[in-house]
Design a binder for this molecule. Sequence first.
Ligand code: AMP
Ligand code: MG
Length: 425
Amino acid sequence: MPTLNDLALGLPGYDADDLPVDVARAFIARMLPRVQAVEHLSLRSSLGRVLAQDIVSTIAVPPQDNAAMDGYAFRGDELRAGEATVLTVAGVGLAGQVVGHAIGAGHCARIMTGAVMPAGLDTVVPQELVQRDGDRIAIPAGAVKPGANRRLAGEDLARGSIALHAGRALRPADLGLVASLGRGELPVWRRPRVAFFSTGNELRSVGEALDEGCVYDSNRYTLWGMLQRLGVEVLDLGIVRDEPAALEATLRHAVENADVVITSGGVSVGEADHTRAVMARLGEVLFWRIAMRPGRPMAVGRIASQGREAVLFGLPGNPVAVMVGFYTFVRDALLAMSGAVVRPLPMLQARCTAAIRKRPGRTEYQRGIVSRAADGTWQVAITGSQGSGVLRSMSEANGLVVLAHEQGDVPAGSVVEIMPFDGLV
Ligand code: AMP
Ligand code: MG
């Protein structure tokens, strides 16, 4: 395995002290191991988990041609051009039943949505389009075309086709699709286990008294929430004081019990030295200054203890920087380690309601509130203070305005890209 330093030197544009976001992301994508163990879970327990193998359809869905509407089934080639088609009703097809006898020429069958098409019949006319008189129906000229309102066998899934590809994070529709094959369990990758802790002598946990000069530890709650949403297993290791022995002991415990270790705090210029020394004892950790705001300092590495190895993400301590760093680097990394095929998040485009100051040469993430303008288009307003310690701005926002590396000041009314916080599924 190449050292991280070798890997870094092979990356165009790599500069640890002024690292473009894209280069940092590319580096992380290359250094990640994958969780290898497979678990077999019931359908409902598989929601959100990553599929470990392709799922091949063992049956056709639907199994037979069937009616898409309530109406009358008949032979499409009996439709008359320019005049009504008159047919005699000679059977009834209800959902879950098959018409047992043959329907002859000049005849049709009453049929309900989902019922199997009687042999030889290929077209359904909806009941509201026909006139019925006793056992005869008249289909007005031009009411339907041959083959209309019939669902074909296998049109949802052909037998032998791949219903779901490995690497897919399972969504509600996927569970339904697998159930439609009559299958009740799925092979999924084991979830990565993620240990996390906060560092800082000034931190107090909720429920404790707030001593002078101290702040409550909020990062363990935002991190916990973001990790839960990703569906990984989490291990909260609490607050660690800025003392080498305490840091080393907690890092060792984390590595021995998790695939990934996330720390917050202790990587900024003023504090990096002692953190660097401890982390260097456990493995190879690179300390970066990333061309981004917020979230400039960050450490990334591989550390080991007692024969176990883990990926380390040392995020900065500022509460907004933790979240932005997580979404920019850690989220995709955890998805990739989970075995998921990682695709870029869909971004929204919106006009900014006011000018935004932006310095070229770094990626900036501003907290924005996206809404519909009176003309129906999307607009975005930046929340108040963008300080990296102002967590309220993340709470108020419904998306991050992402201003690209090269971008300069943004005039009011320009279209900007937004990473929305909310999604449908
Ligand atoms: P650091 O990266 O350790 O220098 O911390 C930067 C700033 O973030 C300091 O003001 C810290 O007090 C604050 N901070 C660090 N960790 C946390 C935390 N877990 N919760 C809230 N604030 C924090
Ligand atoms: Mg600190």
